[in-house]
Design a protein around this ligand. Structure first.
Ligand SMILES: [Zn+2]
Length: 235
């Protein structure tokens, strides 16, 4: 029995350890690929949403635009979906938005831009590529700038500051401190992205990106707390 065991196990050992190290390497890559920061997405989503609404003289809902700016990352929560795959495809986004364009015309533009910038600008610039043209091709497109690099941190900060300045100038920032029922939508970025990122150990973001995360978390939390009594009153 001993020799049979040796015969079975000994030749497999190098294979098994090779497989094990390959699996470890793959899961490490997967974890790295799944890393994402909400700061830039939220900022660009707001800037494009607010900017296009102003240009087309339409109104827009800030929480809805902010949620759409991070919604493609829902693939992180779905086990069979590849991160930065189908949910990041501009083709899929166009198809999904077609009915909204038919019904709402230019009113749908701020929401569409908030959604599409996620993959087309944010994820394209950093993080190692995105499947923009799925299902036509599974090829990833991107500049290859590392998500934790100083370049990316700089880009995220510029987008963040631009969004905050724009929110202050347009007075949109005051809407987070009013009792709008739709502010409950902000629970989505707060509980799925911002808080888990800040609470992760080791820290899920470079130290320099912690202040913008805290800023968003605080104003979103205030908006949610103020919206809760309003939601109950309505029901
Ligand atoms: Zn993404």
């Amino acid at each position: 029995m001993g020799s049979a065991g040796e015969h079975l196990t000994f030749p497999m050992m190098p294979e098994a350890s090779k497989l094990n190290s390959q699996m470890k390497h793959r899961s490490c890559l997967k974890r790295r690929k799944r890393t994402r920061f909400a700061v830039g997405h939220l900022a660009l989503g707001y800037i494009l949403g607010a900017g296009s609404a102003k240009l087309s003289k339409t109104s827009f809902n800030i929480p809805a635009v902010l949620v759409l700016s991070i919604v493609p990352d829902v693939d992180i929560l779905i086990p069979f979906l590849e991160h930065r795959g189908p949910t990041h495809s501009v083709i899929v986004m166009l198809i999904v938005f077609m009915p909204f364009f038919v019904v709402y015309h230019k009113k749908a533009v701020p929401y569409f831009l908030a959604l599409i910038q996620h993959a087309l600008i944010g994820d394209f610039i950093t993080g190692g590529g995105v499947q923009l043209l799925w299902p036509l091709t599974t090829q990833s497109y991107g500049t290859g700038i590392a998500i934790r690099s100083q370049t990316n941190v700089g880009i995220e900060w510029i987008a963040f500051l631009a969004a905050v300045i724009m929110m202050i100038k347009t007075r949109d920032i005051t809407k987070f401190f009013q009792t709008h029922k739709s502010n409950l939508l902000l629970s989505i970025p707060t509980f799925t992205t911002l808080l888990p990122t800040l609470a992760s150990f080791p820290l899920g973001v470079p130290l320099w990106l912690v202040p913008p995360h805290i800023f968003y978390t605080i104003i979103f939390s205030i908006a949610i707390i103020l919206a809760v009594p309003r939601a109950f009153k309505a029901s």
